[in-house]
Design a binder for this molecule. Structure first.
Ligand code: NIG
Ligand code: FE
Length: 409
């Protein structure tokens, strides 16, 4: 609740309510609270009355505020680095074509691959920055960004470099994921196993350049088989890199169980995950990443096994899946809204999903909760109650966004 005062803090907000998210459920509310930070870390989280002295003597900058402060939002699954768009495909789907039909006829992911291969690094950065900025303005302080639209060494590398540059340019925390096994590029048609070997061979080179924080694959009928996914996971394991998976989105190929077997961070989508998959996730602490944006856009009807996740204590994260095909969603708060509407998460569950559980899905334990010693990543919201974060569709609710104690927006 407090820290020893040995030197003046960098900043202190007083008068707000805090949704600390301490504990395992609810908001962890503190009314008429104070939040102090120093050297990028939180050094006071508690009621204003418990401050160890007069606010003005404690910190260099003291802000009287109202509204609510939550931990900074963590968007743990995005594909926001890409070129072009797929609005035409959206029209086709509205006319009755399915996502799988479009993919099998050379559209879908592969059409974004063409656009990414044609874009140089600066073009890719210029097209991707506004999406990262939009997420950030709506409260995201940590964002995961996947490769997977390059599908050759140079283009995958370019995507990951752009992801790192977004972090440097915007000040937002970026976690990168190598998703070479996202789709089969046309030059490998009929040679999926050879492509998977290439994906595995590129990984150490990308890792050497500091471009990879985790490894992902698309395990699906229109993606890669469990055996091919296993090959990618083994390559990650050889480098000590954590794995996650696009698992059981359109069918149940046992993806969740595979991630659990490898002690992975998260199984994402998970609409078709079986009860055995849920049990395996629970046993290995795998986070279920819910992606209600893709569910919504694809007008899916099969719900993830939400009650089973709750019953077995599987943590549920919520993410945007921001991508040009199935989830052109640029607000994590909107994803929280969709998680409540479609998946019946409570607003408190959705907020935990977009903070503490999102952080866990990235293997990050220093954020997602307001507690002394955690990173000073937090958002001040213009709301009267935290449920409002999930209640409004759109809107502009973030008054201030801090990353490592630095105000970004
Ligand atoms: O998470 N499922 C595969 N990957 C993305 C979709 C990417 C795309 O269609 O461009 C997803 O939904
Ligand atoms: Fe995805």
């Amino acid at each position: 609740m407090q820290a020893a005062v040995t030197e003046r803090w960098d900043g202190l907000v007083v008068g707000v309510s805090l949704a600390t998210l301490q504990g395992t459920e609810g908001y962890g509310e503190i009314a008429d609270a104070a939040l102090g930070w120093h050297d990028g870390r939180l050094c006071f989280v508690g009621p204003r009355s418990a401050l160890p002295g007069d606010a003005r003597d404690l910190a260099d900058e003291v802000i009287e505020a109202d509204g609510w402060i939550t931990p900074g939002l963590v968007d743990c699954h995005t594909h926001l680095v890409f070129a072009g768009d797929r609005a035409r495909e959206f029209e086709l789907r509205l006319q009755g074509a399915s996502y799988e039909e479009i993919a099998r006829s050379g559209g879908g992911i592969v059409s974004t691959v063409r656009a990414v291969r044609e874009a140089d690094e600066n073009t890719l950065l210029a097209q991707s920055l506004p999406r990262a900025r939009a997420l950030m303005r709506d409260g995201v302080t940590t964002v995961e960004i996947k490769s997977g639209y390059g599908l050759d060494f140079d283009s995958e590398r370019r995507m990951l470099r752009v992801a790192r540059r977004i972090g440097q340019q915007l000040g937002v925390q970026v976690s990168t994921t190598y998703l070479g096994a996202h789709a089969l590029p046309p030059e490998y048609a009929g040679r999926a196993d050879d492509y998977v070997e290439a994906v595995a061979a590129w990984l150490p080179r990308l890792h050497d350049e500091g471009l990879v924080d985790a490894v992902d694959a698309f395990c699906e009928g229109i993606g890669f088989s469990p055996a091919q996914t296993r090959r990618v996971f083994e390559a990650a394991g050889a480098l000590g890199l954590p794995v996650k998976l696009h698992a059981d989105q359109l069918s149940d190929l046992g993806g969740a169980m595979l991630v659990a077997e490898f002690g992975g961070l998260s199984a994402d989508h998970v609409e078709h995950t079986s009860i055995e998959g849920v049990r395996a996730m629970a046993a290995h602490g795998v986070v279920a990443v819910l992606l209600p944006g893709a569910f919504h856009v694809l007008r899916e009807t099969k719900l993830p096994p939400l009650d089973a996740f709750r019953e077995h204590g599987v943590a549920m994260a919520v993410a945007t899946d921001c991508n040009p095909g199935t989830s052109p969603l640029q607000s994590l708060r909107q994803a929280m809204q969709l998680a409540c509407t479609h998946f019946r998460l409570t607003p408190a569950e959705a907020l935990r999903g977009a903070t503490v559980h999102g952080a866990r899905a990235l293997g990050l334990t220093d954020r997602g909760v307001l507690r002394v010693g955690m990173r000073a990543d937090f958002v001040q919201w213009r709301v009267r109650h935290p449920a409002e974060l999930c209640y409004w569709l759109g809107g502009d609710l973030a008054e201030a966004v801090y990353v490592g104690g630095v105000r970004l927006a």
